[in-house]
Design a protein around this ligand. Structure first.
Ligand SMILES: *[C@@H]1O[C@H](CO)[C@@H](O)[C@H](O)[C@H]1NC(C)=O
Ligand SMILES: *[C@@H]1O[C@H](CO)[C@@H](O)[C@H](O)[C@H]1NC(C)=O
Ligand SMILES: *[C@@H]1O[C@H](CO)[C@@H](O)[C@H](O)[C@H]1NC(C)=O
Length: 260
């Protein structure tokens, strides 16, 4: 009978195999493709123009690019994708892939239909990064007396509309922001935009909104193998013990028979 690996040995084996696999996949490829926005804002207004560019490696002579909007392939195959006069339907997640690079992370774009929008270049910032805030109006109509507000507290006032820069974000800059100002004689306000500032040196938060599914799947597989193997281990041990008991009984019987 084949003796199964002990549960611990199996666990070690699985983890070293998965480590080897992931280091191979990381070194063999040309890295991930990257979606870049121009202008850089992730929140835009209806009728704005946005150019998405795919950065990645191409095989010689072949520069076709795959683009995905909310996971669905779109027909554009150029390295850039122009959204002209954006519509609400253009909102969502964009990904791209060049011939030699792997699928990019997704970039989320939001198209709003308000008079003003508070624009940022990212959804999540790391501590120490520059945060650029822009109070952008529909069709770039002039805005005056612009106030940037964080968590209901006015932070900065500009008589003539300007960007508000936070040169080095701290955790205190995490919060809910909006801007307001005058378009003509009308007092207009943007919707609120949550800006998340993370501390990269802090331990990773457990409530990550996007769990790494492949890791969870791996854990499940390892857990399953562990359970199966442990079960097998005890089953075999019990079997072994039984057969030893049986053998003893047999020997005992045999010797008893002999004595008769
Ligand atoms: C978008 O591009 C078109 C054509 O170039 C231009 O007419 C329009 O003003 C642009 N939209 C904005 C909001 O700048
Ligand atoms: C950061 O700001 C967001 C949005 O306002 C809020 O939901 C979250 O609780 C804040 N996180 C911290 C650590 O303050
Ligand atoms: C817009 O209205 C708000 C509240 O109604 C007021 O506090 C603010 O001063 C006004 N802003 C401008 C630029 O007039």
């Amino acid at each position: 009978m084949r003796h199964p690996l002990s549960p611990l040995a199996l666990l070690l084996l699985v983890s070293s195999v998965t480590q080897a696999v992931s280091s191979v996949t990381q070194s063999a490829g040309h890295g991930k493709s990257v979606v870049l926005l121009d202008p850089q804002w992730v929140r835009v207004l209806r009728d704005d123009n946005v150019t998405l560019t795919c950065q990645g490696d191409y095989p010689p002579g072949a520069n076709s690019t795959h683009w995905y909007h909310n996971g669905t392939r779109i027909s554009n195959q150029a390295s850039s994708y122009l959204i002209q006069a954006a519509r609400v339907e253009d909102s969502g997640k964009y990904q791209c892939q060049t011939g030699l690079s792997t699928l990019s992370d997704s970039v989320r774009l939001e198209v709003h239909t308000t008079w003003l929008v508070l624009q940022t270049s990212k959804w999540v910032f790391q501590k120490g990064e520059l945060i650029r805030l822009r109070c952008h109006s529909w069709k770039n109509k002039p805005v005056y007396k612009v106030t940037y507000i964080q968590n209901c507290k006015p932070q900065r006032f500009f008589h003539k509309n300007s960007e508000f820069h936070i040169p080095e974000a701290t955790l205190n800059h995490n919060g809910s922001y909006y801007c307001r100002g005058l378009i003509g004689y009308n007092n207009k306000s943007s919707g609120t935009a949550d800006i998340i500032v993370q501390d990269p040196t802090a331990p990773p938060s457990i409530i990550s909104p996007f769990p790494p599914w492949h890791q969870i799947a791996l854990c499940l597989v390892v857990g399953l193998l562990f359970t199966v193997d442990t079960g097998l281990y005890f089953f075999v041990q019990r079997d072994l013990r039984r057969s030893m008991v049986a053998k003893k009984e047999y020997n005992f019987k045999w010797s008893q028979d002999q004595e008769k």
